[in-house]
Design a protein around this ligand. Structure first.
Ligand code: CMP
Length: 139
């Protein structure tokens, strides 16, 4: 089915001018960018977004990192977009990511791993709603 998923191009990637290279990977996989903006989160805003990880030892570091530089938030649309995006991103830890994936090619570490993508339909809906209004989704 046609789905929408939420994507973040993280600070390590925007800083190294990799936005276009990453979007090219999404597009080559058949995903369409239906919403996109470059923003700079506060630590508190990053904390709300990653609230599910609040108890993890890396939560503070993760929030500081996500607020360290601008990010690009996007909504990607396509056939099985959630799974397809996860496939193109590769494993969370770049050391475990498959050849040709974004994280294999660009990620620096498990924390500075260049991209985030929704893991399921309910989280995709929540994540899209946190960053975008309906008017900003142009399919
Ligand atoms: P993401 O898909 O954005 O969701 C949560 C993020 O936490 C994850 O990608 C990683 O970047 C980060 N993360 C996961 N495990 C660790 C870890 N052990 N140390 C630092 N960051 C981590």
């Amino acid at each position: 089915a046609i789905q929408r998923t939420f994507s973040i191009i993280k600070p390590d990637a925007t800083k190294r001018n990799l936005t276009g290279a990453i979007v090219a990977k999404f597009e080559a996989a058949g995903l369409r960018v239906v919403a996109s903006k470059r923003i700079h989160l506060s630590v508190a805003q990053a904390g709300v977004f990653y609230a599910v990880h609040k108890e993890r030892p890396f939560y503070g570091e993760l929030c500081e990192f996500m607020a360290s530089e601008p990010i690009v938030v996007q909504v990607l649309e396509g056939e099985d977009a959630i799974a397809k995006n996860r496939e193109v991103m590769g494993a969370t830890n770049p050391a475990e990511a498959a050849e040709g994936t974004i994280r294999k090619e660009f990620a620096l570490s498990i924390g500075e791993n260049s991209v985030h993508g929704s893991d399921a339909e309910d989280t995709a809906k929540e994540e899209i709603a946190y960053f975008f209004s309906g008017l900003e989704l142009v399919g």
